[in-house]
Design a protein around this ligand. Structure first.
Ligand SMILES: O=C(CO)COP(=O)(O)O
Length: 124
């Protein structure tokens, strides 16, 4: 599967921990990420990952474009709901495209736990 991983700054540690916990599953898939998130996953988890631009510089839009072209199967997007993002319209656009194309986007760790179990069981 093609899976995108994204986290806002205050959620990056949570996403790294989550990916580390499930690294034996994530290693089986083709991984994509926004710039800074991808660098941290590469450096701290050791998974190979295709990195787009950083979110505020267009990375969310690049991932949205992948969704629109049916080139992504699932997205883990650990959003920070308590901090204003300069690129909030890009974040909303990405999530909107997930709804348009019925791509599962886990926007917090609770639903991420559900989504990763579905992926492990090959239920998507
Ligand atoms: O801003 C982001 C998502 O909206 C994430 O971008 P980075 O991974 O480059 O920090």
């Amino acid at each position: 599967m093609k899976i995108a991983l994204i986290a806002h700054d205050k959620k990056k540690n949570d996403l790294i921990r989550f990916v580390q916990k499930h690294d034996q599953e994530f290693i089986k898939h083709e991984l994509f990420a926004t710039g800074t998130t991808g660098t941290r996953i590469q450096d701290e988890v050791g998974l190979s990952i295709h990195r787009f631009k950083s979110g505020p510089l267009g990375g969310d839009q690049e991932i949205g474009s992948r969704i629109a072209n049916q080139q992504l199967d699932a997205v883990f997007f650990f959003r920070d709901p308590l901090t204003a993002q300069p690129h909030e319209p890009d974040v909303s656009a990405l999530i909107r495209l997930g709804d348009v194309y019925n791509i599962p986007i886990a926007t917090n760790e609770g639903i991420a736990n559900v989504l990763i179990q579905a992926i492990i069981r090959n239920e998507l």
